[in-house]
Design a protein around this ligand. Sequence first.
Ligand SMILES: Cc1cc2nc3c(=O)[nH]c(=O)nc-3n(C[C@H](O)[C@H](O)[C@H](O)COP(=O)(O)OP(=O)(O)OC[C@H]3O[C@@H](n4cnc5c(N)ncnc54)[C@H](O)[C@@H]3O)c2cc1C
Length: 578
Amino acid sequence: MGSRTEETTTDVLIIGAGGAGVRAGIELARHGIDCLVLGKRAHGDAHTIWAAGGINASLGTLDPDDRWDIHAADTLKEGHFINQPEAVLTLCREAPYRVLELDEWGAAFNKAENGRINQRYFGAQSFRRTCFVGDQTGKAVLTASINEAKRLGVPYRQNIYITKILTDDTGVVGAMGVDLDTGQLTVIRARAVILAAGGHTSVYKRSSSRPDENTGDAQALALDAGATLRDMEMVQFHPTGRAWPEEEAGHLVTEAVRGEGGRLYNTGGERFMERYSPEQMELDARDVVARANYREIQEGRGTERGGVLLDISHRDADFIKERLPRMYEIHLEDGVDITKEPMEVAPTAHYAMGGVAVDFTTGATDVPGLYAVGEATSGVHGANRLGGNSLAEIFVFGKVVGAHLVETLTEHPLRPVPQQAVAAHADELSAPLERTEGPAPEALCEEIREVMWNAGGIVRREDDLLAGLAALGSLREQAATMQIDGDMTSFAFEQGRNVHCMLDAGEAILRSALERTESRGAHYRDDYPDTDPAWQRNICVHKSADGLTLSTTSVPDVPEAVKEALQENHTLDYHHLE
Ligand SMILES: Cc1cc2nc3c(=O)[nH]c(=O)nc-3n(C[C@H](O)[C@H](O)[C@H](O)COP(=O)(O)OP(=O)(O)OC[C@H]3O[C@@H](n4cnc5c(N)ncnc54)[C@H](O)[C@@H]3O)c2cc1C
């Protein structure tokens, strides 16, 4: 190992300091287990803080008929029945406890007149189930969790970019990365590693994600370590990203705007959801509304800036300012007063349903000692995610994986890291810094995003997917000769690593989308517009010396506990909102 490599040891290394990673750390620390939470950004600055609209839990504050099994039925229906049913059960049964816990830790949820946590409508849900802190729920729940983690003394390191999971013949022995503040190589030995490093929607040109996060790190690290990915073709496109200004394009206009009564119009003044979904209107599932917006724009009924109009100005100005304070402020900064005029919105890549395959009772991947949690994983949401279910997932399963390791850590002895692998990876990291010519990482990132938007976007076709795969193949060749102008503390270095992660995640998406010759949930194939019952299966992606390979698995049966709620066939009566 080179002299500049620092080595530390912990029992459980948690890669990722969003809600999922922090919640796992809390569970471990509560039981006196040594752990280390790290993120590639500053402490408190994880993607979770961008979550706006809310977190789902069947508390029944306003709708006492709501139950956890109806929440589960809604989640399975929205997932078009390729979710892992046991995961859905756990999510919906446990979410109320996690929300109440967050409130106790100081998340300060909005309260109803009866003093209980208030709840709002979110798309495709049968009841008002989404708990919220104005429109800054993610920030509130992450801050409350970090405060609890600090109280318990959970150690944290910031600005560490993990670039490799280290394994020996029997499983995981730790991870390796770079301290982005000092440029020092870092090896962390651990008995178990939890991947909580988020999703991959930044592989798209238009994304609600911040460009420096969600670059597919978790999925690429897992593939490289020998773990399996699942449902990678399932990418959620949110109907309402901002259409302008250019630097904000794709950033989210929260679903809470429609949840609070916002209506969509085309430039002809038509409330076009009446044509696409006369019953559910603007609150139909995200894929339905996203495709409606896409069609209106494609067929020339959109604005000059390529959007449609989202209007909530029929509601009282004080109500808008109280319920949607951030939306009000960010639009006002660009001269749009949403209490008086509509916003311009267009679809944007928003959430990755696909990711690392885990056993949801433990969080374990198929590599011994490697666990995963949060948006890094796949299975809870199936072919589409209900808004508000992701925040619920990260806290529910953060606790599950932490609790499992409390029980089983002794099965994972601390072992030496393979020095040869460490040295080889150190050479791989420094090679682009030593080149004097070659493509720049920024340009490669942009090209990948363009390819993914055109080939793997809202509407997919075989010829586009094949063209996209060929383009990614050529970009992969260019990435092998990339030159980085800067050292390991530079943003260019970080982008160079993002290129590798984005290529793996992007290729897994396109290959899986090509394989799935049907339309289901968020995956829409123009050449296969119908849902094919034979495709009620999950597509898995593995990495071998020859590249990525695919296989499929069947979906387990829906448990009895949820069958009844499914048969009751609850749907939202959207006229509640009129
Ligand atoms: C704009 C927006 C609004 C949303 N609103 C809602 C909502 O209202 N309700 C809801 O339920 N969901 C919402 N979501 C989704 C939800 O916010 C996320 O799915 C969830 O916060 C993911 O949490 P996480 O802990 O899994 O990952 P993240 O919060 O993404 O955290 C990932 C962590 O991993 C670290 N990391 C990543 N790569 C590396 C690496 N290589 N090395 C070291 N560290 C690394 C990051 O620094 C970060 O600390 C929204 C998403 C977006 C983009």
